[in-house]
Write a protein that binds this ligand. Structure first.
Ligand SMILES: [Zn+2]
Length: 107
């Protein structure tokens, strides 16, 4: 009969995590947490942005944000009004939440 601890250890090993010398489930989870955090940082480039965040101002910031959204598998949809591709968090139904939606860019 597999214990809870053994179950989590084999789960962690399957994911390639180090399980250390944890004697209890709490110890083990404490060891796994920073490893999973590090994997997230690698995946998302230690970005301050998280999937589902609204886009920031500024080109570089926006780019960092967009990478996080894409890696998280967030699919963009086309705004029916302005035709720009938007993430779900930027849309209200099928139209941008942005008040500038529909206005031509002057840049
Ligand atoms: Zn729009």
């Amino acid at each position: 009969m597999e214990t809870e601890l053994e179950k989590v250890v084999s789960w962690a090993l399957e994911l390639g995590l180090a399980t250390g010398h944890a004697d209890t489930l709490d110890d083990l989870l404490g060891e796994l947490k920073p490893q999973i955090k590090q994997m997230q940082d690698e995946l998302y480039g230690a970005s301050e942005y998280k999937p589902g965040d609204l886009p920031p101002e500024g080109y570089q910031a926006w780019h960092d944000w967009a990478v996080v959204q894409r890696k998280a598998g967030i699919e963009q949809a086309k705004c029916v009004k302005c035709g720009k591709w938007r993430t779900p968090q930027e849309l209200n139904g099928s139209v941008c939440k942005d008040q500038m939606c529909g206005e031509k860019s002057t840049g």
